[in-house]
Design a protein around this ligand. Structure first.
Ligand code: FAD
Length: 454
């Protein structure tokens, strides 16, 4: 056994692990990371390679604090809004924000991971690849690590362990064995599959570059996010079983027919559709809630390990990076009193991560079903009109989550009030000009206090 003193050991070099390591090293801690996978900079990976993430203010804030955002701008593409594609290939655009500064940023998950790993290694942090954490003695902090290549195991004693090991966290697995550990996991009946739209001749984008493209089809959808190399990373979300499901697409002919019928304009841009479809696995999506997130001052869960959410609000990593921001603030306040820092961290974050979990499930219905509905688009316009008139009070829910760092609980609660208000105000009209502004003012004044904008 190797004895380590004063070292913080992170499990997982996915997205939160390296960012957290950077922040800890900045504050003078020794950090080591153990990662199950091989190093993706040296070995070709398949699954997860072509997923793009939408980075917004919470993630950007954390990356800026870490000194990484400036350089990262070269590998992101701003998306100004949703571009909806109907089954007859008509296109509608719905902006995300009020102006061009309110955008979300498409980034390849692999590029983001590589940039983070490079940055952390430059700071002298060692990432031990292909070492799977297969257990931890929470009391002593002794970790059991398994060599992925040989299956051999060895132990490492750690002072403090932070589980950044994602939704199937091994650290959480050990906590689960303890009494009074609360845990729930809720899988969607939907799966997802990665697909690609290649670049057009000359490396150009085959669709509008600065948008997130959606083919909403009621019960399911296809989305596409732009990459800097001209390609689009697409994700098909379908039920696992039943009507229009993955189960019903067992053959090449069935896949082609389904795409030709449902997504004809996307199909025309996907020459390798069928090969892609059968090469990539169907992923599942889960919401995980658990508590407590820590064991004494010895071990903590962070990111998806503590609170995995479904991807429909584009907040999983934004929320995980915000975890890092909050943890560093608490470390600043309490010093390395880990028990205090960990308990305060859970106190600050838990209700917020529960709120974004609910918002993410709610947004699935919005994306796959409602974005194609003219009434929904009218409500969106109305939201901007109300925000224009009452910028301190009426801020659309999407904007609170995506463009502001207000607590997710605030976004959830105010969003519910605003939704009711919109239903009442939009009920009998279909033009902004017909809005009863007196009634709007009365509702806004009585139900929405000024929002602390940050
Ligand atoms: C289809 C899809 C689309 C998404 N889109 C968005 C989006 O647009 N915006 C957004 O903000 N979020 C999005 N997310 C969510 C985002 O990917 C996650 O929230 C984020 O990756 C979580 O980061 P993490 O570091 O907690 O976990 P991960 O990134 O999953 O990293 C965990 C790491 O731990 C390693 N590991 C696991 N177990 C062990 C072990 N036992 N020992 C050692 N290492 C281990 C894994 O190999 C991995 O490298 C999306 C997710 C999916 C699936």
């Amino acid at each position: 056994m190797t004895q380590k003193t004063g070292t913080i050991t992170l499990i997982g070099a996915g997205l939160t692990g390296p960012l957290l390591a950077l922040e800890l090293v900045k504050r003078g801690f020794q950090v080591e990371i153990y990662e199950r996978r091989a190093d993706m900079r040296r070995v070709q990976m398949s699954a997860g390679r072509s997923i793009n993430l939408a980075l917004s203010v919470r993630g950007i804030h954390a990356l800026t604090q870490a000194g990484l955002w400036n350089d990262m701008q070269k590998i992101v593409i701003p998306m100004k809004g949703r571009m909806m594609h109907s089954a007859t290939s008509e296109i509608t655009f719905q902006p995300y924000g009020r102006n061009e500064s309110e955008v979300i940023n498409s980034i390849s998950r692999a590029d983001l991971n590589i940039a983070l790993m490079n940055a952390v290694e430059e700071r002298g942090v060692k990432i031990h690849f292909q070492k799977r954490c297969s257990g931890i003695d929470l009391k002593s902090g002794v970790l059991e690590l398994q060599e992925e290549k040989t299956g051999e195991t060895h132990s490492v004693a750690a002072d403090v362990v932070i589980g950044c090991d994602g939704s199937a966290s091994a650290i959480r697995g050990e906590m689960l064995k303890r009494s009074r550990f609360n845990f729930s996991q809720q899988y969607l009946d939907y799966g997802y599959k990665e697909l690609t739209i290649p670049a057009a001749p000359g490396g150009k984008h085959a669709l509008e570059k600065n948008a997130l493209h959606i083919w909403p089809r009621g019960n399911y959808m296809l989305i596409a996010l732009p990459n800097v190399d001209g390609t689009f990373a697409c994700i098909l979300f379908l039920p696992f079983e039943g009507k229009d499901s993955f189960e019903q697409l067992p053959t090449r002919a069935a896949v082609l027919e389904f795409f030709q019928l449902q997504f004809p304009d996307a199909r025309a841009l996907m020459p390798d559709l069928v090969d892609n479809f059968f090469a990539n696995p169907v992923g599942s999506m889960v919401t995980i809630r658990c508590s407590p997130w820590y064991f004494e001052g010895k071990a903590l869960l962070l990111g998806d390990a503590a609170h995995a959410i479904v991807p429909f609000f584009g907040q999983g990593i934004n929320c995980g990076f915000e975890d890092c921001t909050v943890l560093m603030e608490l470390l600043g306040q309490h010093g390395a009193d880990w028990n205090k820092v960990f308990s305060e961290f859970e106190r600050a974050r838990k209700e917020n991560t529960d709120a974004i979990a609910d918002l993410a499930i709610e947004n699935f219905v919005e994306m796959r079903d409602r974005v194609g509905d003219p009434r929904f688009l009218f409500r969106k316009k109305m939201e901007f009109a109300l925000q224009e008139k009452y910028p301190q009070r009426f801020v659309p829910k999407y904007s609170m989550v995506t463009f502001l760092r207000v607590p997710y609980t605030t976004a959830l609660k105010r969003g519910q009030v605003q939704d009711r208000m919109l239903t009442e105000l939009c009920e009998h009209i279909d033009r902004i000009d017909d809005l009863d502004w007196k009634k709007a003012e009365r509702l806004v004044d009585s139900e929405l206090s000024p929002l602390e904008l940050q």
